[in-house]
Design a protein around this ligand. Structure first.
Ligand code: ACO
Length: 428
């Protein structure tokens, strides 16, 4: 039996045979590249619900079964046994590092963990209460100005250096967004601290006293970064790939990814979840909000519920939920918000609307509770997500540029005016 699909245009009887391509896992894909040539038609798939836009060997997820693998390793195992930097190495290079490789990688990152002093001046252009994501977009875009002419994106070594630079510098940019918003002096990166400890130090240390990051915070943040490191062809990663396909500067591509991530349907949901839980306020108001989420005439949605791909529990949400319990217990915090979140989850998971539509809590449902417990302000939640996702973005960019690619250029179904004559201004 041929591995093909035959598409017949029933208007003309013309046929085209399209190859079926099979990956290691997941639904096979129909290669429709010859459709236009043979039948003069395009495919129509708004929101890319059934379109595979690339081949990729980085991450696999099965939304029906709730499976997420990075380079073949399950997210549960990575969350339990590894560090964020190990996951970065795995995503970038395809294998877990040996001790030597890991030491070298960390050395490379340390060598690049400064930003040009001029970049710091960009922050002063922002009001103290500007959303940190808007600052992060600006300053990440500005990084492209330091690394442009001298960089050749077709040189693998330049691409590797770019990945190292962006992973090393993103925590600095992120922490400085926070420091600017509270009016504290910027704190330089330190080689003697681990990646997460260094980030917390840049966020919370002040010149007047010693600061030692709490071990619970380090553990929780390390986990959070691992869980956010990559997620296949999501909206922000697809944005980075699309910008990259035009051969734009990679730092500018990452800035484009941050733009997309900020949306409340994507990474901005972690902030939106906390705002929603605060708005609900007490357990007895949950039913009212669930009813609103189900009402077709009300634009309100339960933030942190639903996913384009997961039609089962988001495996990251399970890990995050357990971590939220542990963090609150270890820090001795009693947060009514967690109670509301748990009750909301219980109620929604039994409700026929959510059951039928397979709407489960996603990764953002519990991450906000952890970040809040660590003393991280709500507006910084998506910034932390961006720090974690940076490696995923740059790994996908690198994979694309190192293989064969074409500029991303979707088609459309035109629904505007037919051709018409221009009427001069005085005749309209
Ligand atoms: N609350 C209430 N109803 C919902 C929700 C929700 N959170 N999510 C989806 N639905 C309903 C939709 O109204 C739709 O109903 P219909 O079939 O009767 O029209 C149905 O479920 C399917 O939803 P779509 O919007 O078609 O699903 P899509 O795959 O396009 O969207 C998304 C996925 C954006 C995540 C959506 O579920 C959502 O808005 N969730 C809330 C925001 C959120 O938590 N985003 C974070 C995603 S995870 C991440 O990016 C890290």
């Amino acid at each position: 039996m041929a591995d093909t699909v035959t598409i017949t245009d029933n208007r003309t009887g013309k046929k085209v045979e399209c190859p079926i391509l099979t990956g290691v896992y997941g639904a096979p894909v129909i290669d429709t590249k010859t459709l236009y040539k043979e039948l003069e038609v395009f495919t129509f798939d708004p929101g890319f619900t059934t379109t595979a836009a690339c081949k990729s060997a980085i991450t696999y997820l099965d939304g029906e079964k709730g499976i997420l693998l990075h380079r073949g390793y399950s997210i549960e195992e990575l969350a339990k046994n590894s560090s964020y930097l190990e996951v970065c190495y795995l995503l970038l290079y395809g294998e877990l590092p040996t001790e030597d490789q890991f030491g070298t990688f960390r050395g490379h990152l340390n060598k690049r963990n400064m930003v040009h002093e001029h970049l710091e001046r960009f922050y002063t252009g922002y009001l103290y209460d500007a959303h940190p994501m808007s600052m992060l977009i600006g300053v990440t875009g500005a990084l492209s100005s330091y690394y442009h002419e001298a960089m050749d994106i077709h040189d693998p070594l330049d691409r590797e250096l770019t990945a190292i630079r962006v992973i090393a510098k993103m925590p600095i940019l992120a922490a400085h967004c926070y420091k600017h918003s509270v009016g504290h002096p910027f704190v330089y990166s330190r080689d003697d601290l681990g990646y997460v400890e260094n980030f917390l130090n840049m966020m919370f240390s002040v010149p007047m006293r010693e600061y030692t990051p709490n071990s619970t915070a380090v553990k929780a943040l390390n986990l959070m970064l691992i869980l956010h490191a990559d997620h296949e062809q999501n909206a922000s990663t697809s944005t980075v790939r699309l910008a990259g396909s035009a051969e734009a500067n990679p730092f500018a591509c990452i800035a484009a990814g941050i733009v997309t991530l900020w949306g409340s349907a994507h990474g901005g949901a972690n902030e939106a979840v906390v705002k929603m839980l605060e708005e609900i306020g007490t357990v007895d108001r949950i039913d009212e909000f669930v009813a609103r989420a189900k009402d077709k005439n009300d634009p309100f949605r339960l933030m942190g519920f639903g996913h384009r791909v997961y039609k089962n529990f988001d495996p990251r949400a399970k890990v995050m939920k357990q971590a939220a319990d542990e963090v609150l217990a270890e820090l001795g915090i009693e947060d009514e918000m967690l109670e509301i979140a748990k009750r909301l989850e219980e109620i929604a998971l039994k409700d026929s609307y959510f059951v039928e539509k397979k709407l489960y809590p996603n990764v953002d449902f519990y991450s906000g509770i952890i970040l809040k417990a660590l003393g991280i302000p709500t507006s910084m939640f998506t910034v932390i997500f961006a720090v974690g996702r940076t490696v995923g973005w740059i790994a996908h960019w690198n994979e694309m540029i190192s293989g064969s690619y074409r500029i991303g250029r979707p088609r459309q179904l035109y629904t505007g005016y037919e051709a018409r004559d221009f009427t001069p201004l005085d005749k309209r």
